[in-house]
Ligand binder design. Structure first.
Ligand SMILES: N[C@@H](CCC(=O)N[C@@H](CS)C(=O)NCC(=O)O)C(=O)O
Length: 224
């Protein structure tokens, strides 16, 4: 019996990029089902059945649908063999790998809050400039910890080399650069460049098309 091709429900420039990039790293063929963040397409009944929180990514694979990017990345690493993108249970790097996989959501949630304030509120008068300031500082502090992680000359989050933790983090660091100046984070700048050079990263970008979130390179805090 031939296996059904996975379907990735995605928005260009969103967390679904993590899953698409990993599928490309693993050489798994996938069909993309694209949505947009503001056109109501996430509210369609058929999508709500797949993703009750109405979020992407949602990956239909192996007869199930996965709706959390970190869990999806772990599942793919555990079920697709012949790669070195995840330290096995018992490996000394396993705990660190788990930590960085999930730490990417410490960044992700802050970015999501800033996206809401900067990009998606229907009226700028609804913004809270103090909240935007606090969230930007919290994001910068979370990035500082990552900069420190790369301080001992390592190219990737794990000493053993590139892993799926970098897939989770790479997209997120790039999104963060729209809100936090990276002058103080030279290692993160080099890290982003290193990740973006990977053939699978470029393949995923090409498949996904232009990101749908940011129309500027940088969003300054509004003056209050
Ligand atoms: N923790 C979830 C978060 C998923 C999530 O919030 N995705 C965003 C895109 S990055 C989304 O679908 N937002 C749509 C909305 O909030 O309406 C994951 O990592 O998969």
């Amino acid at each position: 019996m031939t296996e059904a091709k996975p379907i990735l429900h995605s928005i260009a420039g969103s967390r679904s990029f993590r899953v698409l990039w990993l599928l490309c790293e693993l050489g798994v063929d996938v069909d993309l089902q694209p949505y947009q963040i503001t056109d109501g397409s996430l509210q369609q009944d058929a999508f709500k059945v797949l993703s009750p929180a109405r979020r992407v990514p949602a990956l239909e694979i192996d007869g199930i649908t996965l709706i959390e990017s970190g869990a999806t990345v772990q599942y793919l690493c555990e079920t697709r063999m012949g790669h070195s993108l995840m330290p096995a249970v018992g490996d000394p790097e396993r705990a660190e790998w788990l930590q960085w996989i999930h730490y990417s959501e410490t960044l992700g949630v802050a970015i999501q809050n800033l996206n809401m304030q900067h990009l998606f509120l229907p009226d700028p008068a609804m913004r809270s400039i103090p909240v935007m300031g606090i969230e930007t500082k919290r994001l910068a502090i979370a990035l500082k910890a990552l900069e420190a992680r790369l301080a001992d000359g390592r190219d990737f989050l794990l000493a053993s080399g590139f892993s799926s933790a970098d897939v989770m983090m790479g997209f997120t660091v790039t999104a963060a650069s729209h809100y936090v100046h990276f002058d103080a984070f030279p290692r993160l700048v080099a890290y982003q460049d290193r990740l973006a050079e990977r053939p699978a990263y470029r393949q995923a970008q090409q498949m996904e098309g232009p990101q749908q979130f940011y129309t500027r390179d940088f969003y300054e805090l509004p003056q209050g």
